[in-house]
Design a protein around this ligand. Structure first.
Ligand code: UT7
Length: 331
């Protein structure tokens, strides 16, 4: 069976940079608090006219260009987001249309911060079995429009950014290279620890003025609980990926973790026994872009020359659901 190879990656963020001082004009917060608690200094937020699919299209075009492929060469799209442009249908078909394609499948993955790893796991299974040979895997989010930008929402509003990352995946016959394994997990007992309650069809009516007044359409989070689980489950998932491939932390050239909080990433680094130079971070610039964070970080790491052929790359993520996971990749 072939392995799955990353042919190329690309990312795109909106033009508008939002600093911590900008946020302090909108709500009761400060640069000092945000940097100390999360490590975030700036994030990018969309302007009028931007859409999640628009960001995804730009990231996809960059990845396709780098892979030397045209959109018509793709035979499947997997689109990971928790901030879709519309309630229905999912963003996948809109991206397919934007890329000038029809007929090929467009799959929507709703696994929040773990979306890209869940999507990779699906893509990898299809590529290994030969079902698809050129898969576009996208993680893209527009959080900013949904955030409560008043002091009421300050614990979440300061953390999230908008952006898109894409990867073009294909089979590789070299036995030693490519995706070695993926590992995905979920625990629905904690679904309400980080969630957007409505609009939703569990409500009757599914949307109402009262719901909007209560702020049910805003993401709410029990940050400390999410933090605690993330700090345990991410290193655990890295250990599982290493064990599955009979590897050790010393074998890792680069760990690209989901960028949710610099303090969480530092705890993952320590718990896994890695040096700082083995762990990639860019949350300082982009904030938490959920499903886009790993492909954006991966594309930047590649541009900086942080991975060479044969290096071991490990991905890990944790987020709402709770969902989490990891992947081991021989570059
Ligand atoms: O992508 C995966 C999902 N997300 C995550 O992984 C995020 C996980 N959680 C976190 O990153 C952290 O819990 C936060 C960054 C959200 C919060 O950091 P914390 O150290 O856990 O702070 P806290 O929630 O315990 O709040 C400490 C204080 C509170 O005030 P009191 O009660 O001590 O007076 C908050 O009201 O900080 C206050 N606070 C703020 N102050 C200034 C909360 N948000 C802000 C803010 N600016 N933006």
């Amino acid at each position: 069976m072939p392995h799955t190879q990353f042919l190329a990656t690309g990312f795109h963020v909106p033009a508008r940079v939002v600093t911590n001082d900008d946020l302090a004009q909108m709500m009761d917060t400060s640069d000092e608090w945000i940097v100390q608690r999360s490590g975030i200094k700036t994030r990018y937020w969309v302007d009028r006219g931007d859409t999640g699919v628009g960001l995804a299209r730009e990231a996809s075009r960059k990845a396709l260009d780098k892979a030397g492929l045209k959109a018509a060469d793709l035979d499947c799209i997997i689109y990971c987001t928790c901030t879709p442009d519309h309630f229905e249908p999912g963003n996948g078909v809109f991206l397919q249309r934007e890329l000038g394609l029809s007929d090929i499948p467009a799959v929507d993955v709703r696994n929040q911060c773990s979306g890209f790893i869940y999507g990779l796991s699906i893509a990898d299974a299809w590529i290994r079995t030969g079902q698809y040979k050129r898969i576009l895997l996208v993680g893209a989010e527009v959080h900013s429009r949904g955030l409560d930008k008043t002091s009421r929402g300050r614990d979440t509003a300061v953390l999230f950014g908008d952006g898109a990352g894409a990867a073009v995946l294909a089979p590789i016959d070299d036995d030693g290279r490519g995706v070695l394994s993926t590992h995905i997990f979920a625990d629905g007992r904690y679904a309400e620890k980080l969630w957007v309650d409505g609009p939703g069809l569990a409500h009757d009516p599914y949307v109402s003025v009262e719901m909007l007044e209560q702020g049910l359409h805003r993401a709410v989070m029990e940050g400390r609980d999410v933090f605690k689980f993330a700090s345990v489950k991410m290193p655990e998932s890295v250990a599982i990926a290493l064990k599955a491939n009979r590897l050790t932390p010393a074998d890792i050239k680069l760990l690209v973790p989901h960028q949710a909080n610099l303090r969480i990433i530092e705890m993952v680094q320590k718990a896994t026994g890695l040096r700082e130079d083995q762990v990639y971070t860019n949350i300082q610039k982009y904030g938490n872009t959920t499903a886009a964070s790993i492909p954006i970080a991966l594309d930047e790491a590649l541009a900086e020359g942080r991975l060479k052929q044969g290096d071991l790359l490990v991905l890990t993520a944790f987020g709402s659901g709770f969902t989490w996971g990891s992947a081991a990749i021989r570059w």
